[in-house]
Design a protein around this ligand. Sequence first.
Ligand SMILES: [Fe+2]
Length: 298
Amino acid sequence: MLLTFHKLHPTFVAEVGPIDLRQVHDRATLDEIRAGMDQYAILVFRDQAFTDPEQLAFAQRFNGLLHSNTGAAVLGKNRFGNEALADISNLDEKGEILKSQDRRRMYALGNRLWHTDASFQDPPGRYSMLSARIIPPAGADTEFADLGSAYDALDPQTKATIEGLRVHHSIAYSRQTLGFEFSREEEDKLQGAIHPLVRTNPRNGRRSLYLASHASRIIDWPVPEGRLLLRDLIEHATQPQFVYRHVWRPADLVIWDNRATMHRARPFNDAQDRRELRRVTTLDIETPVALAPQVAVD
Ligand SMILES: [Fe+2]
């Protein structure tokens, strides 16, 4: 299939068409999309009316094993009975809008901090695929930062300083910066994970910063010094020239590479308007594509 990639930002992000991802099973087309991910880091597909099983099946066809060990799971089971299908909404299990003091709402507010998905796990998330089902009339855009271009733009001295550094990522840390408290039992389940500060896409050699609000400290550095460097790098990487703002339409599917981007949700009137999306994230492990599961998960 001959796809067109229309750039939506000077350095990353492309809109892809014409295609119905639900019907894509052939390796050549999936490879074309994977090559697009290597080049653009974020791909936008319009008019993809996924059901939940279709979205799960596509994610597995595209990139293998799914991430299901979410931070939200420590608060309680999700309403779909499948932790691989992340509930990105302001709704409770009955479909009612969450009350302002509901813990699940306060936890979800953390998605408004710049982050990469599942960086607090090992393996972390690779591709996230967010499917828009209900979009509020105003607000609720998602911003993305190009961490490949942000790395390229660093001065040589900073590049030398950060070479080889490793970072501890913890969702308990990032939520606590907003005043969200976990119980001791919950925190025990959220030990975090250590990842390199600079990552390389093995398919094309492209280097990127690997940052997130979850980044709590640099290994072997004094904690305040490490946090200051991480803060500087996040400020650098989120300057306007590195940021794309996605204005959602119903039935959008956006795929982003968590190794090369950060993202954050923007506010909306969540006490009044419904917002409902589903996210599926694949594991960042080397799974031969040919061996990846090909069947739907329900
Ligand atoms: Fe996210």
